[in-house]
Design a protein around this ligand. Sequence first.
Ligand code: ATP
Ligand code: MG
Length: 315
Amino acid sequence: MQLVLDHISKSYGRNKALSEFSATLSPGIYALLGPNGSGKSTLMNIITDNLKADKGNILFSKTDAPPKPVKALGVSYREQVGYMPQYPHLYPGFSVEQFMWYMATLKELGREYKGKERKHYVEKQIDRLLTEVELSHVKTSSVGSLSGGMKQRLALAQAVMGDPAILILDEPTNGMDVNGVIWLKQYLKNLKKTGKTILICSHSLNIMEELIDRYCIIIDGKIVNDEAWNYKEVQNYCYSIELDEDKCSYNKAKQLLEEVGDIQKADDGRMNVTTKYKILPFCEILMKEEIPALDVTVEKESLEKIFIESVGING
Ligand SMILES: Nc1ncnc2c1ncn2[C@@H]1O[C@H](COP(=O)(O)OP(=O)(O)OP(=O)(O)O)[C@@H](O)[C@H]1O
Ligand SMILES: [Mg+2]
């Protein structure tokens, strides 16, 4: 599966919401991060074909074949995209079951079957989905009577209906309590194992941290950080090293480690190294370079730290 976003731009009047956004997505979980108004929902609306871009192309391939423009693919692209909008409109007067039937009709679920067979197939799918999102017990209740977290799970159920290859989730944790968030993380991790491509935007960086494979930060519709490759794996580790400076000076150690990662001197004189190497290979490097460390502590570089460095504390 490949989804290519090729120089997507969108303005609302004079307001440039997205500017030349390019990225390629393959199976895995991606986070689209950015402050309010940075263009995340706009991009998601364009990917899901709810909004036309002013410029740029989207290309898609479900297999390893070269991706084709989604304009030419039409329905065969749209049926591969499940979308949970930031503010889903869920028809409060419908029962949960009626809402799911309505979505099934819009998506032409089970169109390969006829008459009773189709009805049976759709019923089974709806039952399965409502069980998955733990809403079976309220299937005859009105959508309007559901709690905020339940509404989010219903919005998710309609997004995964029809088994799309791509899931676009705009702030899925909004209104979810702690248990709901834990449930959602596990649900998405399981979906990932089935080979789906999941793009999420969320302001809850700590939730994103353990879920995602890659992330992209946008500000004012433009990608920040890495210029050559729009997504960067969240895999950096920070090591804080107390050097034995009698045996090796800070500057000498810095010189030896320069190719390994980013090096900074901490206020307490320790050497901070941000690198992609995990602890064992990193210690092997220290030994190979004969860098005398009295103490090494490690922490994974947090998404929050990366975000604040990119966006600034006030967004
Ligand atoms: N329908 C619209 N008409 C006019 N301007 C819009 C419209 N939708 C979005 N915008 C503007 O486009 C920019 C990007 O908005 P967008 O909703 O994509 O941001 P966002 O990153 O999703 O923000 P948030 O984190 O608040 O959800 C903002 O400046 C916003 O005011
Ligand atoms: Mg938004």
